[in-house]
Design a binder for this molecule. Structure first.
Ligand code: ATP
Ligand code: MG
Length: 234
């Protein structure tokens, strides 16, 4: 084991689920039942499992959009119930939704700037320089900054959604099915971008995926089952 690996393995979790249960209706069936798990920086996690197992529900709990019925989601050791969830969502976590949630009539740069402004962060460089670097990072030509979203392909929009999620430098990146509907080489490229974000920038990357190739590229695979017991496979 290298020293670098040893260092990575002793990292404190950035995010943890502590006996989390969730039901969409009061007194109804638990979609997630007593789930406890920890996520470390510098690692890429894949959450897999059949349709309806609760993967998107788990992401919405982690992103602070939904509150657990029981238990707690903890960021850096503090329950989301005790911290400012707006700050958490706009600064600490970058979410890439399956439907991208980009504003189609705005340009690429305008979409990214909206998230930068919402974070309330101060940036030490002009925003246009940061956006140019982000576009390079997701392998899009810099001239795309001025393109309207509605003129972009699905794979290109996926890259913009990643750039936007990175724009305010969050510790955690969440993505729901980030490679659905992409051709194999675009999928491989996007997966590599996520791996670099984890391994080279020490972010915690959590992807929901149905793709065995994406799961294989992750450091840890968390399998959700309809029996409601997650199994950590790796
Ligand atoms: N808003 C909602 N109200 C009530 N039930 C819901 C709601 N959203 C999801 N569910 C139910 O919760 C369960 C888990 O849904 P979830 O979307 O988390 O599954 P998933 O694992 O992401 O599935 P998929 O792979 O199809 O995206 C399903 O039985 C679903 O019907
Ligand atoms: Mg889902």
């Amino acid at each position: 084991m290298t020293q670098e690996t040893q260092q990575q393995e002793t990292q404190q979790p950035v995010l943890a689920l502590d006996h989390v249960s969730y039901s969409y209706t009061k007194g109804g069936r638990n979609v997630l039942n007593d789930v406890s798990m920890a996520f470390e920086p510098g690692k890429m996690y894949a959450i897999t499992g059949p349709s309806g197992a609760g993967k998107t529900t788990l992401l919405s709990l982690i992103s602070g959009l939904t509150t657990p019925t029981q238990g707690a989601v903890e960021y850096e050791g503090k329950s989301l119930a005790e911290i400012n969830r707006y700050d958490y969502r706009s600064q600490d976590i970058g979410v890439i939704f399956q439907s991208f949630n980009l504003l189609p009539s705005l340009t690429v740069a305008e979409n990214i700037e909206l998230s930068m402004d919402a974070s309330g962060r101060e940036f030490s460089e002009p925003k246009s320089d940061i956006i140019a670097r982000l576009l390079q990072q997701v392998h899009l030509p810099v001239e795309y900054a001025k393109q309207r979203i509605l003129h972009l392909s699905g794979g290109e929009q996926q890259r913009v959604a990643i750039a936007r999620a990175l724009s305010y430098d969050p510790h955690i990146i969440l993505a729901d099915e980030p490679t659905g509907n992409l051709d194999p080489s675009t999928q491989a490229d996007i997966v590599n971008i996520f791996r670099q974000l984890a391994h080279e920038q020490n972010r915690c990357v959590i992807l929901v995926t149905h793709s065995p190739a994406v799961a294989q590229a992750a450091d840890h695979v968390i399998q959700l089952t309809k029996l409601q017991r997650p199994v950590v496979q790796q």
